[in-house]
Design a protein. Structure first.
Length: 452
């Protein structure tokens, strides 16, 4: 639902000496590409009609095998494939977008109920085969369906994809060039940026990243193999203006990045998976490159006290010690985490923490305090953890997450959610009764003017 970009790594499964079929690599298995496209067709537009970006990784396919993909897409998705808009108003908007370096980029509204195909650049060696390599003497001899790699094969597959681009929209992908060159005005290209390079650019070229991504599109992704997935701080990408940050949702409740993703997209803009970038991070139609750029929002100081929790689920029949942690996922300088110590519930389903209660002399307790320089990219994550007396350690039993720039001060009710096995948020079994009463104080801190 709130995830509107899906990546598929394609592989070839040999069937006999002369046959084979396209498959999609899963974490520990494969499934036929035709079945994967049926899942996309049947489920991608149930919760929202906003367009789905389908990122295809073809690095494991030979040229001949890659040439079979366009036909498989047409057969599996058919009218779902975006073919561009034809009306005069859209043509005028496309011309305006091209003049700003955005190519013929459609708006989400124009591509509703459709799939846009993106071809990712090859990342050779980053995604090994499911099976270990056989000793050299036991490896099968190459067949007509294994990689031949000739110039003629590459020219043939290029022709096939160029012909396919006449029938549905295809965006090409390329590694992000850290020199930030201009791109062609008449086409849309997606830059791909590994998270380790993202962190280096965020430190050394943050302003250049912001300016570049007012015009051009990038997807940041974790540096991890399919068989050993790991995520990264998605908000680092958002704070640099990067439009898309890939996240492995199957890591579920054990990964905080999934909670940050939920906080950013689950409720904002109706949970459709698209959120408009702040004005200072985007290039408005009609605004010239020489025009003054809107200033970033003021810094925030967020003070929180978690007063009590109600209808909290537990691991067993009776609730044990429960702690609560509040994290800020944002630009690297904004990231922070504070914790209330584990406390025993005063009653069934009720929780309160001594750190949030007034002292015996009536003095107000010290709040959790967070300084946030880039509130438009930051996400607040609140987690309740119960001590597991059987397996040991603390396990998350519920959470809440929301964009920092959408928070309001005062006494607020934070509903508690849980995650499904596929990373989809859902209410706890107690529904809207389950939540945390929070007292929030939000103060703005004007940015220091830089003398010119």
């Amino acid at each position: 639902s709130s995830c509107r970009a899906v990546g598929l790594a394609l592989d070839w499964v040999q069937q006999g000496r002369s046959g084979g079929s396209l498959h999609v690599l899963l974490q520990q298995d494969r499934m036929p590409l035709a079945e994967a496209l049926q899942v996309v067709e049947g489920n991608a537009f149930k919760a929202t009609s906003m367009p789905l970006i389908l990122v295809l990784h073809l690095g494991r396919l030979s040229a001949a095998q890659s040439s079979l993909v366009p036909a498989a897409l047409s057969e599996g998705l058919g009218p779902r494939l975006f073919r561009g808009s034809r009306d005069e108003g859209t043509a005028l908007r496309a011309t305006a977008s091209a003049s700003m370096g955005l190519g013929n980029l459609p708006s989400p509204e124009e591509a509703r109920d459709h799939v846009i195909v993106v071809l990712a650049p090859a990342a050779k060696g980053w995604d090994p085969s499911l099976e270990p390599d056989a000793p050299p003497a036991l490896r099968p001899a190459p067949t007509s369906t294994t990689m031949s790699g000739g110039e003629g094969d590459r020219a043939d597959v290029l022709g096939v994809w160029q012909e396919a681009s006449k029938n549905f929209t295809i965006w090409t992908g390329a590694p992000l060039d850290s020199h930030f060159p201009n791109q062609l005005l008449d086409e849309v290209s997606v830059n791909f940026l590994p998270c380790d390079e993202l962190r280096a650019l965020e430190k050394g070229k943050n302003q250049q990243m912001l300016e570049y991504h007012r015009q051009y599109m990038t997807m940041a992704f974790p540096v991890a193999t399919r068989t050993a997935p790991a995520n990264f701080n998605l908000a680092t990408a958002w704070s640099c203006g990067v439009q898309m940050a890939a996240v492995g949702l199957t890591l579920g409740g054990d990964d905080g990045a999934v909670l940050a993703h939920t906080g950013r997209f689950y409720q904002d803009n109706g949970g459709c998976g698209y959120v408009l970038k702040p004005m200072h991070m985007r290039m408005e139609v009609g605004r010239q490159l020489t025009d003054a750029v809107p200033t970033p929002p003021d810094r925030l100081r967020l003070d929180l006290r978690l007063l009590a929790a109600r209808a909290v689920p537990c691991l067993g029949e009776a609730m044990g010690l429960v702690s609560v942690a509040v994290s800020i996922w944002g630009a690297p300088g904004d990231c922070s985490r504070q914790v209330y110590k584990p406390a025993r519930p005063p009653g069934p389903g009720l929780l309160a923490w001594p750190e949030a209660l007034p002292a015996e002399d009536g003095t107000t307790p010290k709040p959790m305090s967070f300084a946030i320089a880039a509130p438009n990219a930051a996400v607040l994550v609140l987690e309740l953890m119960e001590l597991d007396t059987t397996a040991g350690g603390a396990r998350r039993i519920a959470f809440f997450a929301a964009p920092v720039d959408g928070l309001r001060q005062g006494l607020r009710w934070a509903p508690l959610w849980s995650l499904s096995a596929t990373g989809e948020p859902r209410p706890t079994r107690f529904g809207p009764m389950s939540g945390v009463l929070v007292h929030a104080v939000i103060k703005t801190e004007p940015r220091m003017a830089i003398p010119r």
